[in-house]
Design a protein around this ligand. Structure first.
Ligand SMILES: NC(=O)c1ccc[n+]([C@@H]2O[C@H](COP(=O)([O-])OP(=O)(O)OC[C@H]3O[C@@H](n4cnc5c(N)ncnc54)[C@H](OP(=O)(O)O)[C@@H]3O)[C@@H](O)[C@H]2O)c1
Length: 354
C-alpha cells in the first residue's frame, strides 16, 4: 500500500476535500475486540476536546495505563478523575507538559523515561489557534509555530528512542501526531521581510494575518514537511509514526479565541458540517492502533493514507522541506535532535538530548 510520499498529489480543490471528509466518509472504529490490556499510552492535551475523547475510547478498549499530559494540573486532575470513575480498573496518571516551553517538554520526557517501564503509544494532540500575533517569551517564536510545530517536533524526536526501547520486543512503538487537512491549503513558505530563515519570517508579525487560520495552517504544513523527511531516519520496525487529521470537529475548545460576534455563525456551521468529537477522536485510534507500517511517515485523512500538501510533490517544495528540516535541526540543536534521529538508524538506541 502506498505511503503519502508515493501517492499522486490531490487534483481537487479544498472545497471538494472538505465536502468528502465531512459528508461522504463513514467513520471507522477499531474492532470492538481490540484489547489494549497491559498497554501504556500517553496523550498530550488530553484534558479536553479530542485528546480527552481519544483517552476515553482507548480506556474503553481496556487500556491499562493512560498518561494525560497537560499544562494545567488542575484541569488534568479534573479530567483524570472523570476517566477514573468511568474506568476504575485502569491507571490514569497526570503529567505536566507546557508545549510552549522547550524546558517543560524536556522535563516531561525525563519523567516519562524515569517513571514508565513501558510505553506503547504516544499521541501528540496538543495544539492551538491564535487569532492575534503573540510571541513565546522563552524562545522568541510566534506561539502557534512554537506549540503546533517546534515543540511538537521536539517532543516527537525525544520520544522516539523511548518508544523504541520501551515497546515490547517485536512490536514497534506507535507515535501519532495530530495534523489537519487545512495544511493542504497552506502556501509554500519562503524567507521574506528581510529574513533569510523561514522560521524568522513566520515569527515576524508582518507574516501574521490576524483573525485568520493562516499561521495555524502553515504550522500543520510544516508538520507534513517533517513527516516527509522523518522516513529517512526512523524505521517502521522500530516506531510507526503517522500524522492524522481528525476532520472538522464540533464541540472542542480549539476556537476559544473566536470573538463573541462570530461565535453563533461558527456554532451553526459546526452543527451542520462538524464531526462529533467521538468520530473525530476515532481517527486517532485508527491511526495509532489499526493502521500499520503502510502509514509510516504518512498523512492520514478520513481514515485513509492520503497525499500531503501538493507542494511536497514539486522540486521547489522538496527543497523547502529540506530547508525547513535543516532550520528545525538547528533550532533543536540544544537537545541534540539530529543526533537522536541519527541514532534511530542504528539498532542500539542512544538516548540523549535532555
Ligand atoms: N477541532 C477540529 O476541528 C480540529 C481539526 C483539525 C485538527 N485539530 C487538531 O486537534 C488537536 C486537538 O484540538 P481540539 O479541537 O481538541 O482543541 P482543544 O479542545 O482546544 O484541545 C487542545 C488541547 O491542547 C492543549 N494545549 C494547548 N496549548 C498547550 C500548551 N502550550 N501546552 C500543553 N497543552 C496545550 C489544550 O490545553 P488547555 O485546555 O490547557 O488549553 C487542550 O488540552 C489540535 O492539534 C488541533 O490542531 C482539530
Amino acid at each position: 500500500m502506498a505511503t503519502s510520499k508515493d501517492l499522486p498529489p490531490l487534483d481537487v480543490g479544498f472545497g471538494s476535500i472538505f465536502v468528502k471528509n465531512q459528508f461522504r466518509t463513514k467513520p471507522q472504529y477499531p474492532p470492538s475486540t481490540t484489547d489494549l490490556t497491559g498497554k501504556v499510552a500517553l496523550i498530550t492535551g488530553a484534558n479536553t476536546g479530542l485528546g480527552y475523547e481519544a483517552g476515553k475510547q482507548m480506556l474503553a478498549l481496556r487500556l491499562s495505563h493512560l498518561i494525560i499530559a497537560v499544562r494545567s494540573k488542575e484541569k488534568g486532575d479534573a479530567a483524570a478523575s472523570k476517566l477514573r470513575s468511568l474506568y476504575p480498573k485502569a491507571k490514569v496518571e497526570v503529567m505536566i507538559v507546557d508545549m510552549s516551553k522547550y524546558n517543560s517538554v524536556q522535563e516531561f520526557v525525563r519523567n516519562v523515561d524515569s517513571k514508565l517501564y513501558r510505553l506503547d503509544i504516544a499521541i501528540l494532540n496538543a495544539g492551538v489557534i491564535k487569532l492575534k500575533h503573540a510571541t513565546e517569551p522563552s524562545t522568541g517564536h510566534e506561539q502557534i509555530l512554537q506549540v503546533n510545530y517546534l515543540s511538537t517536533v521536539l517532543l516527537a524526536i525525544l520520544l522516539l528512542p523511548i518508544l523504541k526501547k520501551k515497546s515490547p520486543p517485536g512490536t514497534p512503538g506507535r507515535l501519532t501526531v495530530v495534523n489537519a487537512a487545512l495544511a493542504l491549503t497552506a502556501p509554500l513558505p519562503k524567507p521574506d521581510h528581510g529574513h533569510e530563515s523561514i522560521f524568522a519570517t513566520l515569527d515576524d508579525p508582518k507574516s501574521f494575518v490576524p483573525n485568520t487560520d493562516k499561521t495555524y495552517n502553515m504550522s500543520k504544513f510544516l508538520g507534513q514537511m517533517f513527516a516527509y523527511k522523518l522516513g529517512e531516519y526512523v524505521s517502521a520496525d522500530d516506531v510507526v509514526v503517522n500524522f492524522v487529521c481528525p476532520g472538522y470537529v464540533r464541540g472542542t475548545d480549539l476556537g476559544r479565541e473566536a470573538s463573541v460576534l462570530i461565535r453563533p455563525a461558527v456554532a451553526l456551521f459546526a452543527a451542520v458540517a462538524g464531526r462529533s468529537t467521538r468520530d473525530g477522536a476515532s481517527t486517532y485510534l485508527d491511526a495509532a492502533l489499526v493502521k500499520g507500517k503502510e502509514s509510516h511517515c504518512s498523512f492520514i485523512m478520513s481514515w485513509k493514507v492520503s497525499p500531503f500538501n501538493s507542494f511536497l510533490y514539486t522540486p521547489e517544495g522538496k527543497d523547502t522541506a529540506d530547508q525547513v528540516f535543516e532550520e528545525t535541526m538547528k533550532e533543536l540543536e540544544f537537545a541534540d535532535a539530529r543526533g537522536i534521529l541519527e541514532s534511530m538508524k542504528t539498532s542500539a538506541v542512544v538516548f540523549r538530548g535532555q
